[in-house]
Design a protein around this ligand. Structure first.
Ligand code: PLP
Length: 420
């Protein structure tokens, strides 16, 4: 078992770190990885991310840099930008944000002043910290107004969004989130934003790969600004991008640099360009649809076993499960599952009576297992393992039996970045 590319120099220079990286590769190989925001990047993306491009400083943008020696870096960044624009059909792309959170900060810096009202989804309803949640700078420095899901349906309440937008006239409206199992109606958000004169920011961090692959409607054409991470369903390196229409391009570029950041991470930019080229291939469309097919099959199998899914199911890559009727909280369940070789995260559910650090639910996503090659036929077995593990929470021996069964299944499904 070896990491790919091999870590020869690293093992010689720093056996401690090399050993930990090797062990992490093994761990990722041996587990059913159901964290909805994670994936396995390709060997090509891994190689691009580990290049000498990390040695370069290139503050500014192609053709307007503050350091010399940009002959090749300019070409790398321009390729990433052109590929992003082509893949999503956007007028403009900025590929420099260090990650999803700074990408969202750029929207605030570009289009709002401290104290301005911003409308976003509440964190327990599925929104992200950077959509104005209280502990985030975005909730401290701006005045957040929050929408959520309906208690009876578990689905986003567009009437509430419209009413709040009309009442508060926010500068920014955020749509998208981290735990939304249903299709987002970007056209409806676009209409609301236009009516109240707000800039609509569609944060597609979770679903960018589904959008790119045609498995979720696109926000382009409805939202003036689209932010996304590149490392979730899009299956690129850790990083982010912002897509805009022509009118909002300059303000976003200025907000990223010099507004928020210094030099871009050029090795990451190269890896983003590689991931975007991969996402433009026909196989990626199949991948995006397979993610959704797996999620729907897993949802069905869990519902059959009596699991309570927020909104009753899924349209995308993720399931939010309320474990209240199973008599176990999210955190002990997630810990039992981890021991059983099933990696996921505990998560608040809408109207959760429990505390955020000890909530009622778990979140499950299929992007990584789909990359691994698992199909809808495997989902009843995964649901069985989840059920056995949750029922046996606290019984380590029972979890270890499941973990061995899972290692056996996964040994037939290679993982990029690792040879068995
Ligand atoms: C993951 C995520 C982010 C933040 O990305 P980081 O790279 O972790 O900063 C922002 N918005 C949404 C909706 C996300 O899911």
């Amino acid at each position: 078992m070896t990491h790919q590319p091999p870590l020869n120099a690293l093992a010689a220079a720093d056996p401690q770190i090399a050993g930990l990286v090797e062990a992490e590769a093994q761990r990722q190989h041996d587990k059913i990885r159901l964290i909805a925001s994670e994936n396995y990047v390709s060997q090509a993306v891994l190689e691009a991310a580990g290049t000498v491009l990390t040695n370069k400083y290139s503050e500014g943008y192609a053709g307007k840099r503050y350091y010399e020696g940009q002959q090749l870096i300019d070409q790398v960044e321009t390729l990433a930008i052109e590929r992003a624009k082509a893949l999503f059909g956007a007028d403009h792309a900025n590929v420099q944000p260090y990650s999803g959170s700074p990408a969202n900060l750029a929207a605030y810096l570009a289009f709002a002043e401290p104290g301005d009202k911003v409308l976003g989804m509440g964190l327990p309803d599925g929104g992200h910290l950077t959509h104005g949640w209280g502990v985030s700078a975005t909730g401290k420095w701006f005045e957040p107004v929050r929408y959520g899901v309906r208690k009876d349906t578990g689905r986003l309440d567009l009437d509430q969004v419209r009413d709040l937008a009309r009442e508060h006239r926010p500068k920014l409206i955020f749509c998208g989130g981290t735990a939304i199992p249903r299709t987002i109606d970007f056209a409806a958000f676009g209409e609301i934003a236009r009516e109240v004169g707000a800039v609509l920011v569609a944060d597609i961090a979770h679903i960018a790969g589904l959008v790119a692959g045609g498995a979720h409607p696109t926000p382009v054409g409805h939202a003036q600004v689209v932010t996304t991470t590149t490392h979730k369903t899009l299956r690129g390196p850790r990083g982010a991008m912002i897509l805009t229409d022509a009118e909002h391009a300059k303000a976003i570029d200025r907000a990223i640099f010099p507004g928020l950041q210094g030099g871009p991470h050029d090795h990451t930019t190269a890896a983003i360009a590689v991931a975007l080229a991969e996402a433009r291939r026909p196989e990626f469309r199949d991948y995006a649809h397979a993610i959704v097919a797996n999620a729907k099959a897993l949802a069905e199998a869990l519902i059959e076993r009596g699991y309570d899914l927020v909104s009753g199911g899924t349209d995308n890559h993720l399931l939010l499960i309320d474990l209240t009727n199973k008599g176990v909280a999210g955190k002990p369940a997630a810990q039992a599952l981890d021991r059983a070789g099933i990696e996921l995260n505990y998560n608040a559910v809408p109207f959760d009576p429990r505390k955020p650090f000890d909530p009622s639910g778990i979140r499950v996503g299929t992007p990584a297992i789909t990359t691994r090659g698992l199909t809808p036929e495997h989902q009843p077995k995964i649901a069985e393992w989840i059920d056995r593990s949750v029922v046996a929470a606290g019984d380590d021996a029972a979890q270890d039996v499941i973990a061995a069964e899972i290692r056996e299944l996964l040994s037939a499904f290679p993982m990029p970045g690792y040879t068995a």
